[in-house]
Design a protein around this ligand. Structure first.
Ligand code: CAA
Length: 397
């Protein structure tokens, strides 16, 4: 008689097994590709395929919709492991999750059955399109992309920018204004397939870091989206977008933590071997203090992140706060630790022949995307003192 899997999903042993597989794949397949992926600035299809074959693209997706049914905690640990060696590859896993989350959170059973198994298996690459040229931090107040209902179709017009994986995505969660008089409550969410008429990929960005992850503009010119592809009722899109970010910011914190740990490991190894003034530089107090400070920041980030991931697993009411705490700390840690790693390696650190300069370039984006560090501080402050007079002019706690 077959034993039914536990309703709570994979166990701690399963998590350990998944992470062991990930560590092997990272050591043997991802790490040797990292410098080349950065250098060529291309989406690494081989790595994507590797993740798909090893079920790493849908770790926290519900098992009933083709996912692994793993915890968020396992998922963030997977992103962390991969990002230690290659931040662009870690981001593939995080953005697959980001692109699917609105469907998981607000989709109907039919929509989940239609899309989640294909995203989880890797057949579909997913993306999330919220930002516009004039609408980054002020996501609700400045959104211009319009969706107008015509019969059984919504017609989308507008441009989205900075869309991670946008140029390679098969399905994209797109947010658009359905009622301009209702502010945040006039925004709706849609699943757009790349084959829908009126959808076009625009300009590709040339970037400082995460160069293996394509970032682009998406253009909607009378783009026809079936009404059946709206996620949740009309006007609920902004809340869905925010709920998605609550669960996706820990993924970016995991990417940041992985980058920081990778840089710390490299710098510590270097400090054990590099000689100066007759002894390894790791025996010089100036370097020891730097390494100790780096370790503290990394471990503090990890504790915040794992707690935020547990809050995701529990759908805790203070998840918004914890996601912001984790993303803020881990992003700043990644920037600080990678900068110090470059310093410890000196001239070698500044050379592209060593990985820490790539890690430093990759770290910067974690302070910018999925809500800048300033937005995380705003979210954290609101948990302490309420919203007050906000960007859309309302005053509430
Ligand atoms: N969960 C549920 N509902 C939420 C919510 C949340 N976390 N946050 C806000 N809401 C609700 C509010 O309760 C409010 O509802 P009511 O009108 O019914 O009261 C409504 O949404 C509007 O909220 P606010 O008034 O708080 O909205 P605001 O205009 O003041 O903005 C903000 C809030 C926190 C600044 C938000 O705009 C924000 O997070 N901005 C940053 C956007 C961002 O992170 N962009 C990243 C793009 S994605 C990306 O970067 C991906 C990538 O490349 C990898």
């Amino acid at each position: 008689m077959a034993i039914a899997p536990p309703p709570s999903g994979p166990s701690a042993e399963d998590e350990a097994m998944i992470l062991e597989v990930v560590r092997d794949l990272v050591r043997e397949r991802v790490a040797p590709r990292a410098a080349d992926i950065d250098d060529k600035g291309e989406f690494a299809r081989d790595i994507y395929k590797l993740f798909a074959e090893n079920d790493l693209l849908g770790v926290p997706f519900p098992a009933e919709y083709g996912g692994v049914g793993g915890s968020f905690l396992t998922y963030v640990k997977v992103v962390e492991e991969v990002s230690k060696a290659c931040a662009s590859s870690g981001l593939m896993i995080a953005v697959q999750e980001l692109g699917a989350l609105a469907i998981i959170i607000a989709g109907s059973d039919e929509q989940k059955r239609r899309y989640l198994p294909k995203i989880s298996s890797g057949e579909y690459i997913a993306a999330y399109a919220l930002s516009e040229a004039g609408s980054g931090s002020d996501a609700a107040g400045s959104m211009r992309t319009r969706a107008e209902k015509k019969g059984d179709t919504y017609v989308l017009n507008g441009n989205k920018v900075w869309i991670t994986q946008g140029s390679v995505a098969d399905v994209i969660t797109v947010f658009a204004v359905t009622d301009p008089d209702k502010g945040p409550n006039g925004i709706s969410a849609f699943v757009v397939e790349k084959t829908f008429p009126g959808f076009k990929v625009g300009k590709l960005e040339k970037k400082m870091g995460i160069r293996g992850s394509p970032t682009c503009e998406l253009i909607f010119e009378n783009c026809e989206v079936p009404a059946a592809n709206m996620l949740g009722p009309e006007g609920t899109g902004f809340k869905t977008a925010m709920k998605v970010l609550d669960k996706s910011r820990p993924g970016i914190a995991a990417q940041a933590l992985g980058i920081a740990q990778g840089a710390l490991d490299y710098a510590a190894n270097y400090a054990r071997e590099r000689m100066a003034f007759g002894k390894p530089i790791g025996q010089q107090q100036g370097i020891q203090f730097m390494l100790a400070d780096m370790r503290v920041e990394v471990e503090a980030s990890r504790l915040l992140l794992y707690e935020a991931a547990r809050k995701c697993d529990e759908s805790s009411p203070d998840l918004t706060l914890w996601a912001a705490l984790a993303k803020l700390k881990a992003g700043d840690t990644a920037m600080k630790v990678t900068t110090d790693a470059v310093q410890i390696l000196g001239g070698f650190g500044y050379s592209t022949e060593y990985p820490v300069e790539r890690m430093m370039r990759d770290a910067k984006i974690t302070q910018i995307y999925e809500g800048t560090q300033q937005i995380q501080r705003l979210v954290i402050a609101r948990s302490l003192v309420g919203k007050g007079a906000g960007s859309n002019g309302s005053a509430k706690n």
